[in-house]
Write a protein that binds this ligand. Structure first.
Ligand code: NAD
Ligand code: UDP
Length: 322
């Protein structure tokens, strides 16, 4: 069935790919974004499609739209972006979720929250299943994002219990691919940009910390399956690629795939940087029949090709946003 679908944060890295997929599937798509960490170029190719609409708006302010489904992706996601204005980040997750959920309640829309593996903090359980309650430092520089996303999950559950809003919660693990903001400071964008420029590759700490990287197409498929899951499955569900790599292994792979001669340089480990992270996706496999299909090597090759093709002069760091 064709639906009217709102994607908040729809001009961002993941949001733009989600919009693209939903437009191709024939849905009526509204992309809403304040362009804090993105730019119109991510969705410019969709602007002449009759079933695509772009709205500049900030979700911390109420919105009134008539839709059947909402994917709530609006939130800066990279540490440098979300720490730029931490109070705004928290507001986006908390006030923004209240606005989105209020709208979902009014127009009886189904609403999916893009939550995160950061709700597990620096985990003591490995790999992380959805039942693990996490270890987040409420006082550290990552808390504005982690605690905001945790509070958003709480709001989603309370609107579900109290107001019968049909919700879904997806906990997304590190995802990468073309259209990542080249200056977002995330490890994949940094390493690829540095390797292509033959600049030193910045390893934070000793590089033994691990992450598990999911290619964006796999992730978008997971989000859509979660939205369309039977109503008795609201999550939370982990979406990510269980392939786990240390940052040193990642750097070696990027060097190999780019043919770069960049040396490695070591920088201090940021505060509260999780030591290891790997999704347990047993639940997603069982309930969504979903698992990633793109290995890191293949996804990196596609991402590197995109980075080679873009003009970095067209990208700016996030603008002040109060
Ligand atoms: P992104 O920064 O590219 O996208 C976020 C989008 O939200 C941007 O277009 C930004 O301009 C917009 N935005 C931010 N604050 C807003 C506000 N107040 N009102 C309206 N729009 C606003 O990041 P992404 O990687 O595409 O992440 C999308 C979502 O997925 C985020 O909610 C993020 O927390 C979540 N997520 C992403 C990852 C990942 O690895 N990419 C992992 C876990 C969770
Ligand atoms: N990292 C790194 N060099 C960089 C950027 C990041 O070694 O230039 C490390 C960072 O310390 C973390 C990992 O890479 O351990 C992933 O960082 P990212 O910011 O991509 O995501 P997150 O920490 O939110 O998972």
């Amino acid at each position: 069935m064709l639906k009217r679908i709102l994607v908040t944060g729809g001009a961002g890295f993941l949001g733009s790919h989600l919009c693209e997929r939903l437009v191709v599937d024939g849905h009526d798509v509204i992309c809403l974004d304040n362009f804090f960490t993105s730019q119109k170029s991510n969705v410019v190719h969709l602007l002449d499609r009759p079933n695509f609409e772009l709205v500049r708006h900030d979700i911390t302010l109420p919105m009134f739209l008539e839709v059947d489904e909402i994917y709530n992706l609006a939130c800066p996601a990279a540490p440098g972006h979300y720490q730029y204005n931490p109070i705004k980040t928290l507001k986006t997750s908390v006030v923004g979720s209240i606005n989105v959920l209020g709208m979902a309640k009014r127009c009886r829309a189904k609403v999916l929250q893009a939550s995160t593996s950061e709700v597990y903090g620096d985990p003591e359980v490995h790999p992380q299943p959805e039942t693990y309650r996490g270890a987040v430092n409420t006082l550290g520089p990552r808390a504005c994002y982690d605690e905001g996303k945790r509070a958003a999950e709480t709001l989603f559950m309370d609107y579900h219990r109290m107001n019968r809003v049909n919700v879904r919660i997806a906990r997304i693990f590190n995802t990468y691919g073309p259209r990542m903001h080249p200056f977002d400071g995330r490890v994949i964008s940094n390493f690829i940009r540095q390797a292509l420029a033959e600049e030193p590759i910045t390893i934070f700490g000793d590089g033994t910390q691990t992450r598990s990287f999911c290619y964006r197409d796999d992730l978008v498929e997971g989000l859509i399956r979660m939205m369309n899951a039977p109503d008795d499955f609201i999550g939370p569900v982990n979406l990510g690629n269980p392939g786990e790599f240390s940052m040193l292994e990642l750097a070696q792979l990027v060097i190999e795939l780019t043919g770069s001669r960049s040396p490695l340089v070591y920088r201090p480990l940021p505060a509260d940087d999780p030591a290891q992270r790997q999704p347990d996706i047993t639940l997603a496999r069982a309930r969504l029949a979903w698992e990633p299909t793109v290995p890191l090597r293949d996804g990196l090759a596609l991402t590197i090709a995109w980075f080679r093709a873009i003009d970095l002069a067209h990208y700016r760091p996030p603008t002040p946003n109060y």
